[in-house]
Design a protein around this ligand. Structure first.
Ligand SMILES: Cc1cc2nc3c(=O)[nH]c(=O)nc-3n(C[C@H](O)[C@H](O)[C@H](O)COP(=O)(O)OP(=O)(O)OC[C@H]3O[C@@H](n4cnc5c(N)ncnc54)[C@H](O)[C@@H]3O)c2cc1C
Length: 404
């Protein structure tokens, strides 16, 4: 039985002491180590590999992984806290973190065999290995079953052929060094007229696995590396297939929920920082003899941003609280939070630039970088249109959820 006083004192954003300590420690690390390098790495389009590895020392790289495999054994809400805090300073570095800790490491922790977890997770959790996830290709993104990368079974291995596009952490430097471990989706056959997709763990050093190109000149997220990966007759041991042929849809369904939730959390970080900047500036800057915050139009930017941020934040944390990492069927709200939070984050960053006028347009005041980074979150990990489609489909099947 929950008592009245228990529920009114409940802190949605830091529900336990461990969550609060996690937030404080990430916030401290962001202030001392991440913030000072963020603008420089964005400008130089460079991934800060040595700083990234320090996230392993803090126990963040395997945040959702059991301690048995070197992880922190924490929950979905903890990963939301980390993404929100990192993204308030450096969304580019945070995107690399998401690709590693959510798309590769959590995928492995939830879906791989015990033997695979023992082999891969300790190195991924410590930061000795950098991980990535490769689903998208040059000609397909949303229409994932249309992928053309193939896996063909031969003797005691699989042969993987194809090219993957837009892979975060696909390369770890500017010299063509590929990720140490890539969670790769490939077509291995056809079931009932639909593509059968299977999952392979491909390791650096496998012959035929290489970086095609580092993708340059992105609008934002420039501190994370994005690459094209090439798989040319790569012989993958059978022990590196995750599950059995055709299991990828299960892997995708489980992991996309956490991916979308944490991408939404990144938008919260962007919005919070943008609000901090515009709020301070509107008090300090004067025009026509009074502070900007006394003008009604500026109040509208700040007021709307705060209310929209708080609404999205409550939805994100409420969804995180309930999300079970090893289950699927929770897509309605993981798509819901990403749909609402990403556009909110982009709009709040845009309003912050507007409030700052010319200063908002230069790097020193941070919001121009956040504004550029915010856009990706409406595209990556599922486009707005994909979320609208999924939500409509799910509500059509289960209209009773509206009466919860
Ligand atoms: C910086 C960056 C990092 C990324 N990192 C990764 C990564 O680590 N791993 C990975 O696998 N991928 C990654 N991606 C790829 C990303 O997930 C895809 O870009 C995204 O899924 C959209 O796919 P697409 O670009 O092929 O667009 P498309 O799917 O071709 O979509 C183009 C447009 O058509 C719309 N559209 C498509 N189908 C429909 C439909 N049925 N109804 C209505 N509208 C539709 C879309 O919503 C969109 O507006 C990354 C992309 C970027 C830019």
């Amino acid at each position: 039985m929950v008592l009245m006083q228990d529920y009114t004192s409940y802190d949605l954003y830091n529900p336990t002491e461990s969550h609060k300590m996690l937030r404080d420690s990430v916030r401290g690390f962001v202030k001392s180590e991440i913030e000072p390098q963020a603008l420089k790495h964005d400008r130089e389009e460079r991934f800060n590999l040595s700083l990234f590895k320090k996230l392993g020392e803090l126990g963040l790289l395997g945040i959702t992984v059991s301690e048995d495999y070197g992880g922190a054994g924490m929950d979905a809400l903890s990963s939301v806290i980390v993404h929100e805090e990192l993204s308030a300073s450096d969304p580019g570095l945070c995107l690399s973190y998401l690709a590693h800790a959510m798309l590769c490491v959590n995928n492995c922790a939830v879906n791989a065999s015990k033997e695979q977890k023992e082999r891969f997770l300790p190195k991924l959790c410590s930061g000795e290995w950098i991980g990535a996830m490769a689903m998208s290709e040059a000609h397909i993104g949303t229409d994932v079953l249309g992928m053309s990368t193939t896996g063909v079974e031969e003797k005691d291995y699989w042969v993987v052929n194809g090219q993957k596009m837009w892979i975060t952490n696909g390369c770890v430097d500017d010299d063509g060094t590929p990720a140490d471990c890539v969670w790769v989706y490939a077509r291995t056959g056809t079931i009932k007229g639909r593509a059968e997709i299977s999952t392979f763990l491909i390791e650096k050093g496998f012959k035929g696995y290489s970086v095609g190109q580092k993708i340059r000149d992105k609008t934002g997220m420039r501190a994370s590396n994005t690459a094209e990966l090439v798989f040319d007759q790569v012989k993958v041991p059978k022990s590196n297939m995750v599950g059995k042929p055709g299991d990828s849809s299960l892997h995708m369904m489980r992991n996309l929920q956490l991916e979308r939730l944490t991408l939404a959390a990144m938008s919260l970080g962007i919005a919070r920082r943008s609000l901090e900047v515009m709020n301070r500036y509107a008090s300090e800057r004067h025009a026509f003899g009074k502070p900007l915050k006394d003008f009604g139009q500026i109040q509208r930017y700040i007021g709307d941003s705060y209310a929209e941020y708080m609404a999205a934040r409550a939805y994100v944390y409420e969804t995180a609280r309930k999300l079970k990492l090893d289950q699927y069927g929770q897509r309605l709200d993981s798509d819901g939070v990403k749909l609402v939070a990403t556009t909110m984050g982009k709009n709040v960053a845009d309003r912050a630039m507007q409030v700052l006028g010319g200063y908002g347009y230069v790097g020193e005041y941070v919001v121009e970088r956040l504004w550029r980074d915010a856009k990706l979150l409406e595209i990556g990990g599922g486009t707005l249109e994909a979320h609208q489609k999924n939500i409509t489909l799910d509500l059509g099947k289960n209209p009773e959820v509206l009466l919860r």
